[in-house]
Write a protein of this length. Structure first.
Length: 308
C-alpha cells in the first residue's frame, strides 16, 4: 500500500469546512424563509423559483454539512475508507436537485411568458436585496474551502447560483417598477434556470465519473503502464486499475510480472518501493494509495486475460 502525507492537513480542512458549511446553512435557511414570504407577498415567479432554488440549496448545504461530519469519522474494519465517499454522494444528490429545479424553472417561466402575473416590484426588490446580501456573506464564508473537495465545490456552486439568482430578481424588480413590463419576472426566472442547469450537469458528470469507478481524469493508464514496464526487472504489467474513492483520493492496483532473478536476488522489496514512488511522484495525478502484486515470470496468472 502507498503512503499518505496529508492526514494532518485533511483534519484541519475537515474542521474548517464544517464550520463554514454550518454558517452558510444558517444564512441560507434564513434567506429561504424570507423568500417564501416574499414570493407570496409579491406573486413573483422569479422569487418563487429562487425560493425553490434556495430550498434545494438549504437541503444541499445540510447534506454537505452531514457529509463533512461523516468524512471526519475514522476508518473501521467494516468501512476501510471510513465515510470518504459521503462527499461524492452528497455532491451527486445536490447536483441532481439543482438540475431538477433548473428544468422546472425554465418550463414554468416559458408558461408565464404567455400569461404574466401582476408583480409587486417594491417587495420583489426588497427580498432580492436581502437574498443577495445573505448569499454574498455565504460565498465569502465558503470560498476559502471550495477547492478542498467536491462536497465544498457543490456547496459553493449553490451559493454562487443563489447570488446570481438574487441579482436577476433585483433587475426584474427594477424593470417592472420603471416600465411596468411584467414579463421581466419570467425572463429573470429563465436566467436563473440557465445559470443552474449547466453547472449542475457538469458537477453531476464529475460525481458519477467517480461513482462508476472510472479512471481519474487527467491520468493516462497507458502512460502509467508504459512507465512501470520501463522499470528495471519488470517484464509486463496487467490487471491495471485506477479509480477514485473521493476528492483527492485516487487509488491504483496492478499485477507486475518481473524476472525470476528479482526474487532470488532479494530486490523485490526495493522494486515495490520504486513502483509506489513512480505512481506517487511521476504523474500529474499523484497516487499515494497503490497496491502491487509482484509475480515471477514463471508464475502463470489466471487473471492475465482480464483487466485493462
Amino acid at each position: 500500500m502507498g503512503h499518505d502525507h496529508s492526514h494532518g492537513h485533511s483534519h484541519d480542512h475537515s474542521d474548517a469546512n464544517r464550520t463554514r458549511l454550518a454558517w452558510a446553512f444558517g444564512i441560507t435557511a434564513g434567506i429561504l424563509v424570507a423568500e417564501i414570504i416574499g414570493a407570496i407577498v409579491t406573486s413573483s415567479l422569479a422569487l418563487l423559483v429562487d425560493a425553490a432554488h434556495m430550498l434545494t440549496d438549504t437541503l444541499g448545504l445540510l447534506l454537505a454539512l452531514t457529509a463533512a461530519n461523516l468524512i471526519a469519522r475514522k476508518p473501521t474494519t467494516k468501512r476501510t475508507w471510513g465515510f470518504r465517499r459521503a462527499e461524492v454522494l452528497s455532491a451527486t444528490v445536490q447536483s441532481a436537485l439543482l438540475l431538477a429545479v433548473g428544468i422546472y424553472a425554465a418550463v414554468d417561466a416559458v408558461r408565464r411568458l404567455f400569461a404574466p402575473a401582476d408583480i409587486h416590484p417594491t417587495g420583489l426588490l426588497v427580498f432580492g436585496v436581502v437574498g443577495l446580501f445573505g448569499n454574498v456573506i455565504s460565498m465569502w464564508i465558503i470560498s476559502a474551502g471550495r477547492k478542498n473537495n467536491l462536497n465544498m465545490r457543490a456547496a459553493f456552486l449553490e451559493v454562487v447560483n443563489d447570488a446570481l439568482g438574487s441579482v436577476a430578481v433585483i433587475i426584474a424588480a427594477i424593470v417592472i417598477a420603471t416600465t411596468g413590463w411584467m414579463r421581466a419576472d419570467s425572463i429573470a426566472a429563465l436566467v436563473i434556470s440557465a445559470l443552474i442547469v449547466p453547472r449542475a450537469m457538469r458537477l453531476l458528470s464529475e460525481t458519477t465519473h467517480i461513482l462508476l469507478e472510472s479512471t481519474p481524469r487527467g491520468l493516462d493508464l497507458n502512460a502509467v503502464r508504459e512507465h512501470l514496464e520501463n522499470q528495471p526487472g519488470v517484464i509486463a504489467v496487467h490487471d491495471l486499475h485506477a479509480s477514485q474513492i473521493a476528492s483527492n483520493l485516487p487509488v491504483l492496483t496492478a499485477h507486475v510480472v518481473v524476472e525470476d532473478s528479482m526474487f532470488s536476488a532479494g530486490v523485490a522489496g526495493d522494486l515495490l518501493k520504486n513502483l509506489q514512488n513512480c505512481v506517487a511522484d511521476h504523474f500529474t495525478i499523484s497516487i499515494e494509495h497503490s497496491t502491487f502484486q509482484i509475480e515471477p515470470s514463471s508464475h502463470q496468472s489466471t487473471e492475465h486475460q482480464h483487466g485493462c
